[in-house]
Write a protein that binds this ligand. Structure first.
Ligand SMILES: Cc1cc2nc3c(=O)[nH]c(=O)nc-3n(C[C@H](O)[C@H](O)[C@H](O)COP(=O)(O)O)c2cc1C
Length: 180
């Protein structure tokens, strides 16, 4: 599974905790995602113990080539900033997470997006304290737009994310082999 981490503090720890419980996850970081991990005291060296990690350090998002070799059965963006959600909804691919989302669509792979902004009011954890934020209508609109994409599921809580991933993995295990 290809899993993108964007620059969101909102449910960052919960998303990573879920990723840790899954086998064979590769992490794809946005540049902001890499900064945020450090702000929340999560070290890349520790993550590398479990995950293969791709950093956003090429203009062409070179690691997306892995999608052409059938390395992944699905893509998860969790947590997904309002910035990344907006770009995905508009078809813009200019970061590693937005590129793997686009490749999922072009390779007809399912994508699950844990959007930070799906409710008009959210309690979120900054590096130092809890704060209440009020996502704008434009943020909510992009999340709604993304939910209309085929093969894309948008979720708004860690519980819904876990449920969506569980259901997806169960479905994969039950799928009969493709006809030869
Ligand atoms: C401490 C911190 C926490 C942040 N948390 C969020 C968040 O929860 N949701 C969000 O949409 N943006 C958040 N941001 C802002 C994003 O990191 C910023 O919009 C960035 O450009 C997103 O880039 P990306 O979508 O490519 O990862 C946060 C920024 C900081 C410094």
């Amino acid at each position: 599974m290809a899993w993108a981490i964007t620059g969101s503090g909102h449910f960052l720890k919960e998303s990573l905790e879920l990723a840790r419980r899954l086998p064979d996850v590769d992490l794809f970081l946005s540049r902001a995602g890499e900064e945020i991990l450090s702000m929340y005291d999560i070290k890349l060296t520790d993550l590398r113990q479990q995950f293969r990690i791709f950093r956003d350090n090429t203009a062409s998002s070179a690691p997306v080539g892995l999608f052409y070799h059938g390395e992944y059965h699905s893509v998860v963006l969790a947590p997904a900033t309002s910035n990344t959600v907006a770009k995905c909804a508009l078809g813009i691919s200019d970061s590693l997470p937005t590129n793997i989302f686009a490749q999922a669509g072009k390779c007809r792979l399912p994508a699950i997006v844990f959007a930070c902004d799906t409710e008009p009011e959210v309690a979120t954890e900054s590096p130092s304290e809890w704060v209440t934020l009020y996502p704008r209508e434009v943020d909510l609109m992009h999340a709604r737009t993304l939910a209309t994409f085929s093969n894309v599921q948008v979720v708004g809580s860690p519980q819904a994310l876990e449920h969506a991933i569980q259901a997806h993995l169960a479905q994969l295990a039950l799928s009969p082999p493709a006809a030869g």
